[in-house]
Design a protein around this ligand. Structure first.
Ligand SMILES: [Zn+2]
Length: 484
């Protein structure tokens, strides 16, 4: 029996959340460390989760009119330097190639930390007239940002992502595009990953380097900390001007187009782990789960095994014959104890386990066990195939509701700095509080408490108040939290 007993044990989530997270990532075989510090190997089970969210996001991106393309990995230094704020923001994280082909390069090449500069240069000749706009590109690639403190999926020196880059004739069109990008992310987070999010605008201090403004979606993890789950940037004419992109508008005047960019990364695998996981490991929403139902046959004698196998074959046939209900189902015939298998699949977050033994076969039923609360339900074999899709949909909705209830139970509204500090210390979580818009107040709060303004929520109602720090007027509440 591999690893003996009931298999891998993991650190308790309630006692050591970061230790729990690392255990889940490693022991559920999602990812592993690589020879290069800060880089990760994504293992097949982790990659299957990424592929599922990637494919779903790709469908939304294409449905909103964007086309996939590819741009190179290397960015010449001179290009990266064209947009001054951009290069200043990224410089410490950029990895450079200075030697290749056996000699020093005349110009160092950056390994892309993001592709704004390269895209602006690359599309210069494609945009001549307003008829060439909008230009709606999307790239699936990897980027490198040299991080000093790394954590698998959450912060790695190299990560996989999608970066959309668009150009528009007017500012209004670009602003609508910024919202479109964020809405694609909201839908994947909420509908696919069952993670409720709060959308809003970042403060100037948290805005993407070189952008006019940044919007983001923020999610609460099960330790009540925040995780940024996708960002979308209004670039204005900054990058287009720096690259010298001009087009003839409807009035035959030369203009620089307005740009946007937006990104969603393998960080969201980490978000999915931390938004739903529990003491037993991963808890995966069915839509993103590589295996949705695992069948565990239970038997002692060869005669029992044969009887159970007959029933399992019947289940497999019925499930594959059910039109429009493609359930990802796997049967675990490994020669290890049922207890070991239960533990194995619970750690991996499989939504339902189906136990079937000789007594179940005799009663023409199977026992369905729900991962999140281990509740059991006997389902008649005859009806089983037809019932699974509905059970999976129900479970998906239940996990979303559970995450939303958790967020609501851990969200606080406070009006004074003393209350703010006490709430953060006693409960953590999300705190909605008045802020005057001054960067100095924001900085003081962050330095003294470790909580940052995640966003000014889009749906925050107008609500006159007094800033936590200097009492100056605030017209709506900002969302504060400690964050990943
Ligand atoms: Zn203030």
């Amino acid at each position: 029996m591999p690893e003996g007993g009931f298999g891998a044990t993991i650190t308790r989530q309630s006692e050591d959340f970061p230790g729990w997270y690392t255990d889940v990532v490693l022991k559920a075989e999602l990812a592993d460390y690589s020879p290069v510090r800060g880089c990760m190997i994504i293992r097949p089970y982790g990659y299957a989760i990424w592929e599922s969210m990637r494919d779903e996001l790709d469908r939304h991106i294409k449905a909103t009119g964007h086309k996939n393309a590819y741009f190179p990995l290397f960015v010449p230094r001179s290009l990266l330097q064209k947009e001054a704020e951009h290069v200043a923001g990224f410089d410490p994280q950029v990895a450079w190639v200075t030697r290749a082909g056996g000699k020093e390069l005349d110009e160092p090449l950056a390994i892309r930390p993001t592709s704004e500069a390269l895209i602006a240069e690359g599309v210069k000749d494609w945009i001549q007239s307003y008829r060439d706009l909008p230009l709606l590109l999307n790239l699936w690639n990897n980027v490198v940002r040299w991080e000093l403190r790394t954590r698998l999926f959450l912060r790695t020196a190299e990560f996989l992502w999608q970066e959309a880059h668009t150009f528009h004739a007017t500012e209004a069109e670009a602003a609508a595009e910024v919202a479109t990008g964020l809405e694609c992310y909201r839908r994947v987070a909420e509908e696919w990953l069952a993670i409720p999010v709060i959308a809003g605008r970042k403060t100037p201090a948290e805005t993407f380097p070189g952008a006019v403004y940044t919007v983001a979606i923020e999610a609460m993890m099960r330790d009540t900390k925040a995780l940024q789950a996708g960002t979308s940037h209004m670039l204005g004419q900054n990058f287009a001007r720096a690259a010298g992109i001009e087009f003839l508008d409807r009035d035959n005047a030369r203009q620089a187009p307005y740009g946007t960019s937006w990104g969603f990364s393998t960080r969201m695998v980490g978000a999915t782990i931390m938004a739903h996981g529990d003491e037993h490991g991963l808890v995966l929403p069915p839509r993103v789960a590589p295996v949705q139902v695992v069948v565990v046959p239970i038997f002692r004698t060869e005669e029992e095994r044969v009887r159970v196998a007959g029933a399992v074959d019947g289940i497999l046939r019925a499930v594959s014959d059910s039109p429009g209900q493609a359930v990802r189902l796997e049967v675990d015939w490994r020669d290890v104890s049922p207890g070991f298998k239960f533990n194995h699949w619970e750690l991996r977050g499989v939504p339902f386990r189906m136990e079937i033994g000789p007594r179940d076969v005799a009663a023409e039923q199977a026992m369905l066990v729900k991962r999140v609360d281990r509740s059991k339900e006997a389902l008649p074999l005859a009806a089983l195939a037809g019932e699974l899709a509905g059970r999976l949909d129900g479970y998906q909705a239940e996990l979303f509701r559970r995450a939303l209830d958790f967020r609501e139970a851990n969200t606080w509204r406070v009006d004074t700095y003393a209350e703010f500090r006490a709430t953060l210390e006693d409960h953590g979580g999300f705190i909605l509080a008045p802020w005057c818009g001054n960067g100095a107040c924001e900085r003081q709060i962050s330095e003294e408490t470790g909580a940052t303004i995640r966003v000014i929520p889009t749906d925050a109602p107008a609500e006159p108040g007094a800033c936590l720090i200097d009492g100056r007027p605030s017209d709506r509440r900002a969302l504060f939290a400690r964050a990943y």
